[in-house]
Design a protein around this ligand. Sequence first.
Ligand code: OAD
Length: 236
Amino acid sequence: MQKLVVLSGAGVSAESGMKTYRDSNGLWENYNVQDVASIDGWYRNPKMVLEFYNMLRKKLQAAQPNEAHSIIAELEKYYDVVVVTQNIDNLHERGGSTNVIHLHGELTKVRPVDDDACRHVKDIGYSDVNLGDCDSRGKQLRPHVVWFGEPVPMIQKAAVEVSTADILLIIGTSMNVYPAAGLVGYAKRGTQIYLIDPQPIRLNYEQFYQIQEKATSGMRRLREILLKEVKDPMQQ
Ligand code: OAD
């Protein structure tokens, strides 16, 4: 089986009702990123940060995976699929994907503030986390997400996956945030790169094919292309 690595961002979940970050009316137009998504913001006002993620968790609870998530999952029948997502939602998993790497953490998980090594990550589902919610040692719980100013522990694992991909799909990301945006640089020579986004995306890589559509219709088209290749590999 060929290996298909999917690099996804907020756009893949947009049709599920989850806001993207940088589009007009996106999250960063309505919230100050340095207040709610940076380690300094957490030190300044943890209550505001907790409330922001409580709000997102409630939205996620009400959201459903869309057809783009389910087609990505369906492709596991034909490809060895690894999803590397910048999203903190769980819609890839709920859409059926079985191998998902979360670069920026997970909304439904928390850990104690002093647990930089992420050894005591706990699943809380869709519950709120408030100031005063602590582990058994009295340490405040924080969202298990990566904030600006923090390292991205999963980046090396993700880079290894990209470097062994036969096909790379980039979907619903503005490719603005590093180190995630640099992952494409790990693709080996000759890797076929597909990009699905309604906006034109610039990529520092000569061989890529953009399907300039929303995630669901773009994935329907890509499924056709990929399944043709699986059935008739000489046609490429
Ligand atoms: P962005 O908001 O930067 O980019 C979203 C992309 O999705 C844009 O290129 C849009 O054109 C595209 N898009 C919008 N609607 C779409 C649809 N229906 N189908 C497909 N694509 C669509 O989001 P990300 O690139 O994911 O990190 O942002 C990366 C990181 O920045 C996030 O993980 C988050 C944020 O700050 C942290 O908070 C650490």
